[in-house]
Design a protein around this ligand. Structure first.
Ligand SMILES: [Zn+2]
Length: 409
């Protein structure tokens, strides 16, 4: 094993202790603050009291799952790694899910570490991320489809976990994901482990709800097991989460294709980059959308119609959005529409199945879910967290910026 390796222009030290980086899907800081204040996370409290760090970091915009997981595992922005949504419109005009590793324009830290001889492992709750995380021959498994996966020697993954996997709409899938990652890490002797959770609970329940309480207690116990097993543990969220419904419980949504048609804009196409297979989470409704124009001469009229909608707080041209948010210009829309904190954006009434939602809509995607918790359970070197942090800095903190004292523990 080499002492260090390079990924996307940054050098990382090979871990001298087993290291677990967790992407805590949809962990708005409000959940962590509430859980800590009410004593629901004693293991995390103990780690913080022992010199750990709880800071706030910035997420990649759009604040969706795939762009932020890829930012975290590559250490670079979407402009560099190429992933700007869960879903996008390709050059042929086809809508595609961004799940194929061929979309990546940067190596992952795990692939670079593996090439340097570091045993690595990725475990994701949502199977949609598995192939992206596996890029570069990284061993990657999903809790969602654990019942279909085996180790190279034929051992079923669920046998390694010691229990069957919960369903994608079960609150226990995230704790299971961490426990599965720990069990697989032991079995495979992995030194650098990434575990990505799911935000079904955060889409379904606000901080303080009994479901959220059960979730944070269970995840805290998982953190305790990881720390007891000798892991350096760090955690960062991909995005926050906010309520997005009206007083009567219906989603507070603006349908952009309908607004464009009403304004006489022909052939425009709204694309919701939150779109993924997990419709009960969000019904493909988030607080940022791309609009692709059939005729660029209609840009001003389209921009005006969208900006006039209540609940829309910004409409940016492609180049301005790419520059403001570090996005790849060829994988976003002609116009980028940003909703305010309590509003989501859809295409048209008939393209979103609101009946799939579990309760009042909670969602993400815009600027108001950009602030996320970043936690390192071991002491950091002095000043390491004093700069503006992004969630993509997690591996730099865990591998390069622990204090010498914590490295020697
Ligand atoms: Zn997410």
């Amino acid at each position: 094993m080499e002492r260090s390796f390079q990924a996307n222009g940054r050098r990382y030290r090979a871990p001298d202790r087993p290291t677990l980086a967790i992407c805590a899907d949809g962990w708005d800081p409000a959940y962590v603050n509430d859980a800590l204040a009410r004593g629901l996370m004693p293991q995390l409290s103990r780690a913080l009291a022992g010199g750990g760090t709880y800071a706030l970091a910035k997420a990649q915009v759009p604040t969706f799952t795939n762009p932020n997981n890829v930012a975290i595992v590559t250490g670079v922005s979407a402009a560099r790694n190429g992933i700007a949504g869960n879903h996008y419109l390709d050059a042929e005009g086809d809508e595609v899910q961004v799940t194929d590793p061929g979309f990546l324009r940067a190596t992952t830290i795990h692939a670079a570490a593996a090439a340097a001889g570091v045993p690595v492992l990725c475990v994701t709750a949502k199977d949609k991320l598995r192939r992206l995380l596996a890029a570069g021959s990284v061993p990657a498994f999903s809790a969602e489809l654990a019942h279909e996966q085996s180790l190279p020697d034929g051992t079923p993954i669920t046998e390694v976990a010691g229990r069957p996997n919960p369903s994608i709409y079960d609150w226990e899938l995230s704790p299971y994901t961490i426990d599965l990652a720990l069990a697989l890490a032991e079995r495979l002797h992995a030194r650098l482990v990434y575990a990505s959770l799911t935000d079904f609970v955060q889409h379904s329940a606000p901080p303080g709800d009994p479901l959220a309480d059960a979730f944070y207690c269970a995840v805290d116990a998982c953190l305790g097991r990881a720390l007891d097993a000798g892991f350096v543990v760090g955690l960062v969220a991909d995005h926050g989460m906010r309520p997005k419904s009206n007083g009567d419980g219906s989603p507070n949504v603006r349908y952009l294709d309908e607004a464009l048609l009403a304004a006489g804009v022909q052939g425009a196409r709204t694309l919701c980059p939150i779109t993924d297979p997990y419709v009960a989470h969000h019904a493909a409704l988030g607080s940022l959308a791309w609009v692709h124009l059939a005729d660029s001469s209609e840009r001003d009229r389209a921009r005006g119609a969208l900006a006039a909608l209540s609940g829309v707080e910004g409409v940016l041209d492609r180049d301005a959005a790419a520059a403001s948010f570090d996005l790849p210009v060829d994988r976003i829309g002609d116009l980028i529409v940003l909703a305010d904190a309590g509003t989501v954006l859809g295409r048209s009434r008939e393209t979103h199945d609101l009946s799939a939602l579990h309760g009042a809509l909670r969602s993400h995607g815009g600027l108001h879910e950009r602030t996320v918790p970043l936690i390192v359970c071991s002491p950091l070197a002095e000043g390491a967290a004093d700069c503006e942090l992004h969630n993509r800095d997690l591996h730099d903190l865990l591998l390069n910026r622990l204090s010498q004292r914590s490295g020697a523990l």
